[in-house]
Design a protein around this ligand. Structure first.
Ligand code: SF4
Length: 323
């Protein structure tokens, strides 16, 4: 099957300018213009930290490593959004519409009344046209999904689930506190209500072989997902995994950039072509790293390198899908 034939088969053909379906194109199709996601730390906690599901959290988790500087839970949601708009305006092309991205910790983990207040505060901020809510798949229930479905009749509402791995033995090993079956159920129930669903996956978790990671592309392609975010395992300071790594580095396989780049491309080849890809790699600031990263290369430079390599290999997302 050549590339044109492959694209003819997909629900959304993303055009010849890209070798994979970028989330920027997905959002532009939904909104008719560029929209900017603005990260938030709305002060939620996590049931895998407070003892409800577990204690200590997922072994790789240190939210500080990912939070932009303007996101501080002591600031009101509206202030974080306003500061986020200014932050992005100074650095990137200006967007006129924004999505409030409830990112830090577990953003459906509070009484419904509190959730409503936080989401509504975001939506009442000028320029904000919708919300994307990042959460654990075991932290949504009928009451929350009913409310979000109702809200989606008025504004854009997307859910983003931390799936992280399709293998229960890995989920146990990193202390996720839920199974893959729980992720499947949350994704299906959310999509069944017409809400866009995103998923987050980490490549390189300990104990997973390259073949198992690639098989995850096929497993996730079976789910009604709209958006996927991938990144490589990074071992972050002040985490349980950093301690584990210090004691037994031989239990971890940290990719070189070239190894990871080719893994990601192989993964994309197996991924359903109408799943938009929001991220393929991420680099926390070096001061957070407890094990070597890819060096100080910027994420956009790494992305360019992935695209260049895809050109060299003359490959594209979905090339091997369904084979
Ligand atoms: S990764 Fe998410 S679920 Fe896991 S401990 Fe961190 S905030 Fe909680």
């Amino acid at each position: 099957m050549n590339r044109k034939e492959s694209e003819d088969k997909v629900v959304y053909s993303w055009g010849t300018a890209h070798r994979y379906y970028p989330a920027s194109v997905y959002y532009r199709r939904l909104f008719g213009e560029r929209v900017q996601k603005l990260s938030l730390d709305a002060g939620f906690t996590c049931p895998n930290r407070d003892g409800t599901v577990g204690r200590g959290g997922c072994t790789y988790c240190n939210n500080d490593a990912f939070n932009p500087s303007y996101c501080r839970p002591e600031k009101p949601v509206s202030q974080q959004l306003t500061e986020g708009m200014a932050f992005h305006k100074n650095r990137y092309r200006r967007a006129s519409r924004y999505l409030a991205y409830f990112q830090a910790y577990t953003n459906t983990y509070a009484p419904l009344k509190v959730l409503k207040e936080k989401y509504e505060e975001a939506l009442s901020t000028e320029g904000v046209t919708g919300v994307i809510i990042s959460t654990r798949p075991d932290c949504v229930d009928k009451e929350i999904l009913d409310y979000l479905e109702e809200l989606s009749h008025r504004v854009f509402v997307g859910l983003e689930y931390g799936i992280e791995s399709c293998y229960d033995r890995t989920l146990v090993r990193v202390n996720r506190g839920h199974t893959f079956e729980v992720s499947i159920r949350a994704v299906k129930e959310t999509a069944g209500r017409g809400l866009p669903v995103g998923a987050h996956l980490i490549l390189g978790l300990p104990g997973e072989s390259r073949e198992e990671m690639l098989a995850e592309a096929e497993i996730l392609s079976e789910l009604p997902l709209d958006v996927l975010k991938l990144h490589q395992l990074q071992i972050i300071k002040h985490t349980a995994m950093a301690n584990e790594y210090a004691g037994h580095p031989e239990l971890f396989h940290l990719f070189t950039w070239e190894q990871y780049r080719d893994l990601v491309i192989d993964f994309l080849e197996r991924l359903r072509p109408d799943i938009a890809v929001e991220r393929l790699v991420s680099e926390v600031p070096p001061r957070f790293l407890a094990a070597p990263g890819f060096g100080r290369r910027r994420t956009d430079v790494l992305m360019q390198d992935i695209l260049k390599r895809m050109e060299e290999r003359d490959t594209w997302q979905g090339k091997e899908y369904g084979r």
